[in-house]
Design a protein around this ligand. Structure first.
Ligand SMILES: NC(=O)c1ccc[n+]([C@@H]2O[C@H](COP(=O)([O-])OP(=O)(O)OC[C@H]3O[C@@H](n4cnc5c(N)ncnc54)[C@H](O)[C@@H]3O)[C@@H](O)[C@H]2O)c1
Length: 356
């Protein structure tokens, strides 16, 4: 009897989950690509504004998807009333129209769906808190999109720190620079600024890797590019954090370097140092009288973190199947949201901000 109930529970967990994706832009497409390759999932709805439907129908054809409905953003409540739908991935911008991202999160949770939401859930930490309260009330998962935690090298770095290989931590340095190519004024105006849009990942990583929360922060930034100035944003930002243990953190975000997607991470401890460099796109090297030339690094974050996005989606599927508990904890996401606001305040005022 016990064996049968265990078996039926496992079989239920193995049933394909029906998932809808809201917002099929840059990141929505990446998540779609991973979901269609999963044997544990049916993609049943794709939601976006009408002008994007042509592109979405091409994707549906390309992936040979059956029984998927391509619908308008206005029809989102109709989708959420579908009892067969288990979960949604929310990949629209924070100020998406007609509903901003956190409104969609709330609708979905109230309709009893599990939610994966791309960062940031909202710019206002109290709204992020409300979303997590709703998830708790409705006993549903709300996983925030911190994909870098699922990167194999970063995960190994985390495991080694937790195993005590570095001893007490002294300093963490996280560098994140990217090409300017895909960034335009529309994106910048709806992004919430460099800290909440870009440094949010490194702020999450620094707390997750160290297991600590900073007590003070300072952020300096500069906009040389007029587009960033007009959008009241900066293209270079530098954040320094002080943690209660004495650990110091340094985060650098630059939007507009000429050589690619540059992500380098360093953790210094009393027993040694862990670091992650940029992988080259191929193993090709040119050796000549000038020295040794490596191939280019990735040109944007989607290929660099392609596998991390897949692992992140697999984690979400495992969580909604009851086979894992969500590793991106509500308290961590709520604190991260507050931290992005403290750092943004420091950037705007040029002062050190104490974090209560
Ligand atoms: N975790 C990561 O690495 C990562 C990477 C890229 C983007 N993001 C986040 O994902 C979100 C989307 O970013 P993007 O680069 O894909 O943007 P994008 O502009 O490329 O795509 C957004 C899509 O959402 C659609 N949309 C807007 N409002 C909508 C609504 N109310 N309902 C349904 N669809 C709506 C747009 O038409 C567009 O197709 C942002 O919040 C961004 O910060 C996260």
């Amino acid at each position: 009897m016990v064996i049968w109930s265990h078996l039926s529970c496992n079989l239920k967990a193995m049933e394909r989950k029906n998932i809808g994706i809201i917002g099929i832009g840059r990141i929505g497409e990446v998540h779609l690509c991973h979901l269609v390759q999963s044997a544990q999932v049916n993609v049943t709805y794709l939601v976006d504004i009408e002008p994007v439907h042509g592109k979405i129908r091409n994707l549906v054809k390309q992936y040979g998807l059956q029984n998927v409905k391509v619908i308008n953003t206005e029809e989102v409540t109709h989708m959420l009333s579908d009892k067969l739908l288990d979960a949604v991935l929310i990949c629209s911008p924070v100020f998406g129209k007609p509903h901003k991202k956190s409104e969609l999160v709330k609708f979905a949770l109230q309709a009893g769906k599990h939610v994966f939401c791309e960062k940031p859930v909202d710019l206002d930490p109290s709204v992020v808190e409300e979303c997590y309260k709703l998830a708790e009330d409705h006993r549903k998962t709300l996983q925030c999109g911190f994909d870098k935690r699922f990167d194999i090298s970063i995960r190994k770095m985390y495991d080694k720190i937790k195993a005590g290989d570095l001893g007490e931590l002294r300093m963490i340095k996280l560098v994140a620079r990217e090409l300017p190519a895909w960034i335009n004024a529309d994106y910048l105006k709806s992004s919430g600024g460099i800290v909440v849009d870009s440094a949010i990942h490194e702020l999450d990583l620094i707390c997750w890797l160290s297991g600590e929360r900073p007590e003070s922060a300072v952020c300096f930034g500069h906009a040389k590019n007029p587009m960033f100035k007009e959008c009241n944003d900066v293209e270079c930002a530098m954040i320094m954090l002080k943690f209660p243990s004495g650990l110091v953190g340094y985060i650098e975000n630059v939007r507009g370097v000429p050589y690619g997607y540059d992500q380098r991470f360093e953790v210094l401890g009393e027993k040694g140092m862990l670091c992650i460099e940029n992988p080259s796109t191929t193993h090709l090297q040119l050796w000549n009288e000038d020295g040794r030339l490596l191939d280019t690094i990735e040109q944007n974050g989607l290929p660099r973190y392609y596998e991390a996005y897949r692992m992140e989606k697999q984690h979400f599927i495992d969580v909604i199947n009851g086979q894992a508990s969500c590793e991106v904890l509500p308290d961590e996401v709520i604190f991260n949201s507050k931290l992005t606001q403290y750092c943004t305040k420091s950037l705007r005022t040029g002062t050190i901000v104490n974090i209560p």
